[in-house]
Design a binder for this molecule. Structure first.
Ligand code: UDX
Length: 448
């Protein structure tokens, strides 16, 4: 009881932060949670039982972790017969077990003020409202992508697409192939399409919308959600970054990078979920070889079989292939000069924040739109051209890497990279836009 009293006095408010159970969604919410904690708010992160068992939680992380059920406690999404079955189960069982968790916390005297939830899970807001709690929707993809789904939700942008040029407020002219794959290739993943458009189904009931359009909803932009300790080496001792689903091969990666000259290494990663076609893996492997550069390539365990035979052995002088790396430390390392990326939103934001030029090899979902922005809006890299089969060929990969590392366009891109790095740091620094928005969010949470 004494402990509970102390807790009440120490913390200004208590937020439950509910994540969608993949690495790319846990990371931004974890970072938001850490920033809330710095401002005196108690945070309990909530994920699924299956994911909570796989997480490598750093011992020093003070954020509490609780689990709810998606109906597949022994294997998660991989155990469901379809994406639709999984998402449906997560909505039903998740709503129920989230309500039970709230009940449990309330009975033990641990009062919750607000549920911060990934906008992929709008049912969390309905649960929050049933308990009389406030709800904050966090959009974990880019504003540009959310804007597209919002206009689909409103019926303004009709799918399947019939236009060859799409003009939406705040966006440059987009071609169909710049759209998220679920819109461009309408019908490819109907369950994901519904989930993404469904982000807006009850949004008008949310008390806060984090990272969206201020004119419509009570928006707070909190990005980039990259830990300031990585952007600013002042906070070197703050090592409590955690909750990795995959275990990073930190020592091997950093040791390997430490010996390389500034800007000489190509870093390659396709994120935590992409299952790249075998042919595409081969072409990337050849492109890397032909570029004649040193490379650090993250190939998840499940993807290893797709590497060309003997590739690792034959390229060991120039390359290091690992199953998972500490990406923030890698992107922050001066040896890295170029990032060949699938353009997942976290990777994109992280590269923008560290000022690392990108070669975009988008796979699906929001990644094509991100690649379009990387090349044509932020001018921070190139989108690798594809052939008629949708594959980035080895020559194209080689050419893009060379263009960035030593070409004329590379010089321009590096200049822009420097600018974005500075802007990102300013946003998250004390008094910056991101920092101020979090302050306002906390003030409203505490005072109303
Ligand atoms: C998914 C979707 O694919 C993406 O399109 C969407 O925008 C977010 O959710 P994912 O594919 O995993 O995410 O990519 P990304 O968003 O880039 O997130 C990957 C995260 O894992 C990044 O934060 C990155 O830093 C981290 N990572 C990746 C590592 O820490 N180590 C690695 O070796 C690779």
């Amino acid at each position: 009881k004494a402990e509970m009293e102390l807790e009440k006095n120490v913390y200004r408010a208590h937020c439950l932060v509910l994540t969608y159970p993949t690495q790319g969604h846990i990371n931004p919410l974890l970072e938001f949670s850490k920033r809330l904690e710095h401002k005196g708010v108690k945070v309990t992160m909530v994920t699924t039982h299956f994911i909570s068992k796989t997480i490598h939680k750093e011992a020093t992380t003070s954020i509490a972790l609780e689990a709810i059920s998606d109906g597949y406690d022994d294997g998660g999404r991989a155990k469901a017969e379809s994406i639709h079955a999984y998402l449906d189960s997560f909505r039903r069982v998740g709503s129920q077990t989230l309500a039970e968790l709230l009940q449990k916390l309330s009975t033990s005297g641990c009062h919750v003020d607000c549920i911060v939830y990934d906008a992929f899970l709008p049912w969390a807001l309905d649960v929050a409202k049933k308990f009389g709690l406030r709800g904050a929707a966090v959009f974990t993809q880019s504003c540009a992508v959310d804007n597209i789904y919002y206009h689909v939700h409103k019926g303004v942008l009709k799918v399947p697409l019939s236009e060859t040029e799409i003009l939406l407020p705040g966006s440059p002219i987009l071609r169909p192939q710049d759209m998220p794959s679920f819109v461009y290739d309408f019908g490819s993943y109907p369950a994901f399409f519904e989930m993404l458009v469904g982000q807006f189904s009850n949004i008008d009931k949310a008390d806060w919308v984090v990272d969206w359009m201020a004119k419509i909803w009570p928006l707070r932009t909190i990005g980039p959600t990259v830990p300031s300790m990585f952007l600013d080496k002042r906070l070197e001792d703050d090592k409590n970054y955690g909750f990795d689903i995959f275990k990073p091969n930190t020592d091997a990666c950093m040791k390997w990078l430490n010996g390389r000259p500034k800007g000489s290494v190509v870093y390659v990663s396709f994120g935590s979920v992409a299952a790249v076609e075998v042919e595409q893996m081969e072409e990337i492997a050849w492109g890397l070889r032909m570029s004649n550069r040193c490379f650090l390539w993250v190939v998840r365990e499940s993807e290893e079989v797709k590497l060309p035979k003997n590739f690792v052995e034959e390229t060991s002088e120039k390359g290091l292939v690992v199953r998972w790396c500490p990406q923030l430390e890698v992107l922050g390392h001066e040896a890295v000069g170029c990032f060949v990326t699938h353009c997942g939103w976290n990777s994109t934001l992280e590269a923008l924040s560290f000022g690392v030029p990108m070669v975009g090899v988008p796979h699906y979902s929001d990644q094509s739109t991100n690649a379009k922005y990387i090349m044509d809006v932020w001018k921070m890299g190139l989108k690798a051209p594809i052939d008629e089969k949708g594959i980035v060929r080895r020559e194209a990969a080689e050419q893009c890497i060379k263009e960035i590392m030593e070409g004329e366009r590379g010089k321009e891109i590096k200049k822009n990279a420097f600018k974005w790095r500075k802007l990102a740091k300013e946003a998250v620094d004390e008094g910056g836009s991101s920092d101020k928005n979090i302050d306002e969010f906390v003030a409203k949470l505490v005072n109303s």
